[in-house]
Design a protein around this ligand. Sequence first.
Ligand SMILES: Nc1ncnc2c1ncn2[C@@H]1O[C@H](COP(=O)(O)OP(=O)(O)OP(=O)(O)O)[C@@H](O)[C@H]1O
Ligand SMILES: [Mg+2]
Length: 152
Amino acid sequence: MKIKTQKEKETKKLAKKIAKSLTPQEEKATVLALSGELGSGKTTFTKGFAEEFGIKEITSPTFVIMKKYQLKNKEFNRLYHIDCYRIEEKTDLKEIKFEEILKSPRNLILIEWPERLINLPEGNLMLNFEVVGENERVIKTHDLPGLKKQLN
Ligand SMILES: Nc1ncnc2c1ncn2[C@@H]1O[C@H](COP(=O)(O)OP(=O)(O)OP(=O)(O)O)[C@@H](O)[C@H]1O
Ligand SMILES: [Mg+2]
């Protein structure tokens, strides 16, 4: 799927749509890997996604690597926003108990700069963000096993 969005609003709208369509997977967390250059909309997407779960105050976790939000949701209990931009060593991930977080089907994990992770688990929803104009971004995705229905 390839979608062009105009301004933040449409990127958030797409994120909300994806958030609504997710259903927990068996024995593992749902991971959305958000790749793309600086300023391409990864955090904007995360904000829209979190808003769908009632979280309004997403701030970039750049300096803490990970932020955790409790959800009042039937299917998912926690949302983790991870920003790997500053990650240089594998040990950083152990510090945030990453492996454990990946095991729970109740966890939703959004990862910015996933390419900086050494062992990114397979079977995630990969989204790639591209800047194509001042207010235009192209977002490419492929299907995740947990997607309830095809998005279009
Ligand atoms: N269609 C669009 N979708 C998303 N953001 C847009 C769009 N058009 C313009 N923008 C602007 O682009 C910027 C995107 O910033 P954002 O922090 O989401 O990027 P990012 O990919 O998280 O960058 P970084 O790699 O630095 O974390 C914002 O200032 C936003 O207002
Ligand atoms: Mg960001």
